[in-house]
Design a protein around this ligand. Sequence first.
Ligand code: COI
Length: 348
Amino acid sequence: MTPEITGDNKKPLPDWNTLTFSLTETDYMYRCLGDTEGDPVWDEGEFIPFQDISLSPAAALMSYGVGVFEGLKAQKTADGRILLFRPDANARRLQSSAERLMMPPFPAEQFVEACIEVVKMNSRFVPELEYGSLYLRPMQHATEPQLGLGPCRHFSTHIFASPVGSYFRGGRPQGVRLKVLEQGRVAPGGTGSAKAMGNYAGAIWVAHEWKDQGFDDVLYLDSHHLQYLTETSGSNPFVLLKSGVLVTPGLDSQILPGVTRDSTIEIARNLLGLEVEEREISIQEVLDNGQELFCSGTAWTLLSAREIVYRDETRTFEKEDLRNEILEILRAIQTGQRDDPFSWIREV
Ligand code: COI
């Protein structure tokens, strides 16, 4: 039985006009516990007031970072309905990320139902259309106290929600400025295709160094050859070549299979009739033949890269027509303003 939150215990609403990609605590979150020796592994889960979680300091999560997470958004339509974007895709990715870290997969239908319920219970925090969205942050952690490195038995899954606006303050209407790094984000054969905590922890310092020098973020080259594009700190790049072909790095152990990445590919191929290639693309090819560059992510949505700096070469991309066209279609599907030919939307 979910305790009802009333009166002063309700979390304050944010100022809708100044939403950024930062935490606003909401009323309820979801918690589910797992035990690999149990049958079923996962309990039925519960909805509880947003609160701190208690954990053994020896939990595998605490020392070894055995944890994975997700990000997805719910949006309001013009007539006040609430739509969740592709929760089934996040459910599947959470499962494969968890398996990469030797954690049991969380049941997909339970995940989708829990996401829908978290949105419903926090529905007063869903911004009106055009002001932002309600971001859900599902997470799975190994909670077993453990000193040595090895598989765990006890786990938790939590989902909390926060209303958010643009990832970058001001939204970067002119696009972002990226420093191209001759450095990998993750190791080849490592955890790059999983949404693992550690992939992001290591990237904070790197981006911070370059933000101090006027960049919005970094664009990592591959860790093996230091030649091919991989990702920014939290988005997948797309390059429109002068030939009209749209290219994005193919999925491998250094690339996260982004849900917005996949949505962009589907829209470009099936609604715009573009040729899309998922393959290695070198920084030299981008400099020589790129006419437009943009990055996709749930938090980033689709952001043009206005300028990139590679070694001492600065390359500016003036065009952003394709990014604008895809973003318009994506947003229209997400907010119920056009048909959803891909069955991506779950109404809350
Ligand atoms: C997202 O886009 O949802 C992410 O989890 C990326 C993170 C850097 C905010």
